[in-house]
Design a protein around this ligand. Structure first.
Ligand code: TXA
Ligand code: MG
Length: 436
């Protein structure tokens, strides 16, 4: 594994700059609310606009990457045209340098400028992508494009691939940042490499405090899982990563009826994974062990597993419920000092992300003579809710130091369900199936 260790001396002083997207300025469109046609932004004199401009200045004039929200997850952005700037991303995240980055753009012309002009003067964006762009951009979809021989992109963006990935995010804050910086921004998710992706500014700070200077805080991300990555250059076209746009939605577009699934859900063995850049690396891994129960596995099965773990000496567990599992029974722990795993902790523990959209219940439960602690989170029942809160819930449970998290899986059908189960299967080291 190649990890870059160049970059500025650490620690840096990290600031979280709040932005209210409604205050940043006036958007002007050539077609109402249509970011695919030419548009502009006149920044206001508000504190939010001031913070945004400070970030665009940093992107233009320094080598420090800037963390910013998108509708999927928080990204860590840098000038995609500068090798030094892009190396700063790899250094801050400790990301292996052979895992390519997605280039974020705010207009189709900004994308065209990165492509070879077409011979006959037609659109340099490959035809096959036009139905997807029309339907899903701006939004949670990344497309693979041919990287020109004399590409202006920094080679670090593509990690020596003949292609680069691009996406136009729908977050107005992200679009404004790209637009006002005037730069295509290379941006991976803003987590420390291997950790779950961040969906709040506080998650980013938790991972990257002291390693970056600016985190723009636009509140929690609406979607919660990363973009769908598609390759329309191969035949048949292929989905490289499930994400915010569902596979069925892509299949419904002209020229995409035969799209194939080109990703694996399991944790991959090294040599088979080498086909897909970046896929061989550990992903979405909290410190706790994750046990994923298939949709339909009853709560009794989990209780048995917990009982067994208690007999082996484990004393604190997380339970992430989605659709059917009932709330964990036991006595709710009141505020105050409590001893867990021999460590005295004060409750309530402050959450990472400020106000959480789900409840975190702390319960004392019992197996035979033995008491143990359970943190019970309900993040369902809709697929949208599960996707939005998945990474956040894994992070919250890590904060509470649980040794094992039991997750109630969902059916692999529709919307972002495939993305949810893909991330969970990669995070999990064990599974519970109905046939056990
Ligand atoms: O929603 C998202 O996509 C977020 C936000 C910040 O936009 N970004 C994100 O980036 O998830 P990252 O780096 O965590 O994931 C990028 C994915 C990786 O799986 C990488 O292997 C794939 O895109 N990728 C990028 N360029 C590629 C290329 N040229 N060929 C194949 N896969 C590529
Ligand atoms: Mg990532």
């Amino acid at each position: 594994m190649v990890v870059r260790d160049e970059g500025p001396p650490l620690p840096l002083f990290t600031r979280i700059l709040p932005i209210n997207v409604d205050d940043i300025g006036t958007f002007a469109f050539s077609k109402p609310n249509n970011f695919l046609e030419p548009w502009s932004l006149q920044p206001s004199a508000s504190p939010s606009a001031f913070n945004l401009l400070e970030a665009t200045d940093a992107l233009r004039t320094t080598l420090h990457p800037v963390a910013f929200p998108t509708e999927t997850v928080y990204g860590l952005g840098a000038n995609a045209l500068s090798s030094h700037a892009v190396r700063g991303i790899y250094a801050a995240k400790q990301r292996p340098s052979d895992n390519p980055l997605i280039v974020h753009i705010a207009s189709l012309d900004q994308l065209r400028a990165l492509l070879d002009p077409a011979d006959n003067g037609s659109d340099p964006i490959p035809q096959i992508y036009l139905p997807l762009i029309k339907r899903f951009w701006p939004g949670p979809l990344s497309i693979l494009l041919p990287n020109p021989k004399r590409s202006t992109l920094a080679p670090e963006v593509t990690a020596s691939q003949p292609t680069f990935a691009a996406r136009m995010p729908s977050s107005k804050l992200a679009l404004a940042l790209i637009k006002l910086s005037g730069l295509p921004l290379a941006a991976p998710s803003a987590n420390a490499s291997t950790k779950p992706s961040p969906t709040t500014a506080q998650h980013v700070a938790h991972d990257l405090e002291g390693r970056i200077e600016i985190i723009l805080d636009g509140g929690p991300c609406a979607i919660g899982v990363e973009s769908t990555v598609v390759d329309g250059l191969s035949s048949p076209p292929c989905i490289l990563r499930p994400g915010g746009v569902g596979i069925e939605q892509i299949r419904a577009c002209p020229s995409w009826e035969d799209v194939v699934v080109g990703y694996q859900d399991r944790k991959l063995e090294d040599e088979e994974a080498a086909r897909a850049p970046g896929m061989k690396y550990k992903h979405y891994s909290p410190a706790a062990k994750v046990v994923l129960a298939d949709a339909g596995v009853g709560w009794e099965v989990v209780q048995c597993s917990i009982g067994e773990a208690v007999r082996k000496g484990q004393r604190s567990f997380g339970v992430m419920r989605t659709k059917r599992w009932e709330a964990v029974e036991g006595s709710e722990v009141s505020n105050g000092i409590h001893e867990i795993n021999g460590v005295k902790l004060e409750f309530p523990i402050e959450g990472l992300g400020g106000e959480l959209p789900y409840d975190v219940r702390h319960i004392k439960a019992r197996s035979g003579e033995q008491e143990y602690d359970v943190w019970d989170l309900s993040i369902g029942p809709s697929v949208k809710d599960v996707a939005r809160d998945l990474f956040s819930a894994l992070r919250e449970l890590d904060l509470r130091g649980v040794s094992t998290v039991f997750v109630e899986g969902i059916e692999d059908e529709g919307e972002t369900a495939a993305a949810v189960m893909n991330r969970l299967r990669k995070a999990a080291t064990e599974s519970l199936s109905a046939s056990m």
